[in-house]
Design a protein around this ligand. Structure first.
Ligand code: NAP
Length: 675
């Protein structure tokens, strides 16, 4: 039965129409799905997103959006089996599908968790520290970010139909921006199934997500300055789309993840027999065969010391020869099919171009042994390993991406040469380096960092915990300069910012406090009869302040503290030695004594809403405290972040002052407070 892939537009499922594309199983060649978006009303889709989805998402705080992401991820997680089943026909083995399906769901979980831990329970994101813009502290600056008020158009590649969709959706929705997802046609049945689950879950607000099964019609011509295009695919399509006059006229954000000639370097120290050499061969093999090499991060250039070329080719060929290629449903299969016959033809053509500069040392372009499948009907291809004897003179090996199980071994004279070769990729997503030498690792970062979005180091100790050369992680930036598209995705909360506008706010401290809901130094404080520690999380006002009574620090206090804690550092105990120190007038109080006295001055001892001291941030001792000095503390509620229904975190601004009104210590105290 042929699946009829539907679009989801303005809250309705729409059947294929217009020019219908017939999608074929990568394994059997049979038609399994059809799609077409001929009669979609793209203007209505954009309008629906901007007027229904956007406002609904923006009404939620980051924490509320994070809860939605978690619920969606849980919903998908319980339904993975149905997705695996559909994934086989994309040519993917079970372990390939896990990278795509489980990887996508895990990315959503990570964003859900980061959203709650690293973003405020608010709609405005505070970016960086307060800037003092005037001498009198009466005019301050703060960068903030707010949600774009348009729609994100996600155009995805065929190789990861689920991960590609979810890794873009997670940061977009967390940013409060609705999305229209356009998957690559050739594997769209899997993307549609996962998307359908998201809609059927009923978790997201109306208009938060829409789906185009087919082409994007005139949508790109309708985008405005509040919209974003996030594209993954080939450099050729990216350059064509970037040049769209409407995108240029409106400065529409265009984030591109495109092809990349990623390198893996065998360190000068990693001779055959070392754990690094073995790990290198294993990784190169895995990158050639996982997803049949159809990974944007796959290793295309294997860069090794000249005198180890033969050893590397032998070891890698031995592994490749043992790789079972065949029906992805078979457990014994290690490499499935490419995504389509067209894709196989493309890889063969590109491999033919590589052959201008390199010699095929493993595999055959036109023959492959296939287990339990029809090698002619399915898009099967043998792994192809090339050797390039002259990487300096060669062009194609640094420029042509054969998006399949294809890689080229090339030799280097010394580390500088290896890095020069790696940088000839003219901007790559990732390079890995297998070395146990810290000097080599540092040199790689200095020399190749600017050409790469990610550098991955493996040595004998990284072992099983290492996440792999080819795996983009939600915590880390995915993207690269130049040829790789010049874009970035993910990278934790950085990825959320691609869908938000950063704005510089300049104002006086009172207005800044009102805008950011963070008490800003210099703004009004609120003093009440009730101690702020007696206020529940919900009733505590930002700016609620107490000034404590003074306490004099005596020499006996300092000596007692020194003996009691064992901290008999000379600056506290030896007048002559302390005086000789450029910072101290003589014996001074311990910093930790000042903190302890401060706590003794401001705490409200009886059981109450304050549940725990959670830590200190930004502690500075600004002036020495000598015996006889008198200390006074100001404690101000600065910021509140709800954690759950029972408690939340309160950040207190604390200032400790001496008898002259000079500040001797500043810090932020964190407490957990009951609701
Ligand atoms: P592609 O042909 O460039 O297609 C990418 C996406 O663009 C597909 O969804 C495609 O839709 C769409 N598209 C094509 N023409 C369009 C147009 N005129 N307007 C709007 N959308 C259009 O690339 P692909 O062959 O699918 O993907 C393979 C490439 O992607 C490889 O080069 C690989 O390196 C790269 N890739 C990069 C990353 C990364 O993160 N950097 C990840 C995966 C893949 P249709 O399918 O409907 O044509």
């Amino acid at each position: 039965m042929t699946l009829s892939l539907q679009s989801f537009a303005a809250g309705r499922w729409i059947a294929p129409s217009g020019k219908i594309a017939h999608l074929k199983s990568a394994v059997t060649g049979e038609t399994i799905a059809q799609l077409g978006s001929g009669n979609l009303d793209f203007a209505a889709m954009a309008h629906h997103a901007r007027t229904i989805g956007g406002p609904a998402l923006r009404a939620l705080t980051f924490h509320q959006r994070a809860h939605l992401l978690k619920a969606v991820a849980q919903y998908l997680n319980e339904r993975r089996d149905a997705l695996y089943e559909l994934s086989y026909d994309t040519g993917a083995t079970k372990s390939d599908s896990m990278i795509d399906i489980d990887g996508g769901i895990a990315t959503m979980f990570v964003y859900a968790s980061k959203g709650r831990r690293e973003l405020p329970d608010d709609t405005i994101y505070i970016d960086g520290n307060l800037e003092q813009l005037s001498r009198g502290d009466n005019f301050v600056g703060q960068h903030v970010a707010t949600s774009l008020q348009g729609v994100a158009l996600h155009i995805n590649a065929f190789n990861f139909p689920v991960w590609g969709m979810l890794e873009k959706l997670a940061p977009t929705l967390l940013a409060g921006v609705p999305a229209i997802v356009k998957p690559a046609s050739s594997t769209a049945w899997l993307a549609e199934a996962a998307f359908r689950m998201i809609v059927e879950s009923g978790i997201l607000p109306d208009g938060a997500v829409q789906f185009i099964a087919g082409s994007t019609g005139d949508l790109i011509d309708r985008l405005t300055c509040q919209d974003v295009v996030s594209f993954t695919g080939s450099a050729a399509t990216a350059s064509m789309l970037r040049a769209n006059p409407n995108l240029m006229k409106n400065s529409v954000r265009f984030v591109a993840e495109q092809d990349s000639l990623n390198a893996s370097i065998l360190g000068p120290d990693a001779a055959p027999g070392t754990p690094e050499f073995d790990a290198f061969i294993k990784e190169a093999h895995r990158e050639m065969t996982a997803k049949a090499g159809q990974k944007c991060t796959a290793i295309r250039r294997i860069i090794v010391p000249d005198n180890r070329r033969a050893a590397v080719i032998d070891a890698l060929s031995e592994r490749l020869a043992k790789t079972t290629i065949g029906n992805p449903r078979d457990e014994a299969t290690r490499m499935g099919a490419l995504a389509s016959l067209a894709q196989r033809d493309d890889v063969r053509e590109k491999a033919g171009m590589l052959a201008k500069d390199a010699r095929l040392v493993f595999g055959a372009l036109d023959h492959v042994e296939v287990a339990n499948a029809d090698a002619k009907a399915g898009a099967f291809l043998s792994p192809l390993l090339f050797e390039c004897a002259d990487p300096d003179g060669a062009k194609t090996v640094h420029e042509v991406e054969a998006f399949g199980p294809v890689s080229t071994v090339m030799g280097y004279r010394d580390l500088a040469h290896a890095l020069a070769i790696a940088n000839r990729g003219a901007g790559s997503l990732v390079a890995s380096v297998f070395t146990n030498d810290g000097v080599v690792a540092r040199k790689v970062v200095e020399t190749a960092g600017a050409f790469h979005g990610r550098l991955y180091f493996a040595n004998r100790d990284t072992g099983k915990e290492a996440t792999g050369h080819g795996s983009p992680l939600p915590h880390m930036v995915h993207g690269g300069p130049g040829r790789a598209g010049g874009g970035e995705e993910m990278g934790g909360i950085r990825g959320v910012m691609h869908y938000m506008q950063r704005t510089a706010i300049q104002a006086n401290p009172d207005l800044m406090t009102a805008i950011t809901k963070n008490w800003t130094a210099g703004s009004k404080t609120i003093e009440k009869d009730t101690h702020p520690f007696r206020m529940s999380f919900g009733n505590l006002d930002i700016g609620h302040t107490i000034w404590t009574d003074p306490r004099t620090v005596s020499l006996a206090d300092i000596e007692h503290f020194a003996e009691f804690t064992g901290d008999t550092f000379y600056a506290h105990m030896d007048e002559e030695a302390a005086k000789a120190n450029p910072f101290f007038p003589g014996r001074v109080a311990h910093g930790y004594l000042i903190l302890s006295f401060a706590a003794g001055l401001f705490v409200e001892p009886a059981p109450g809403p304050v549940l725990a001291n959670y830590g200190l941030d930004n502690l500075r001792f600004m002036k020495p405290v000598s015996p006889g000095d008198s200390l006074k503390v100001r404690l101000t509620a600065k910021q509140k972040a709800r954690r759950n229904d029972e408690y939340g975190e309160v950040r207190w601004d604390v200032g400790v002052y001496n008898q002259d009104g000079d500040q001797v210590a500043a810090y932020e105290l964190l407490t957990m407070n009951a609701m």
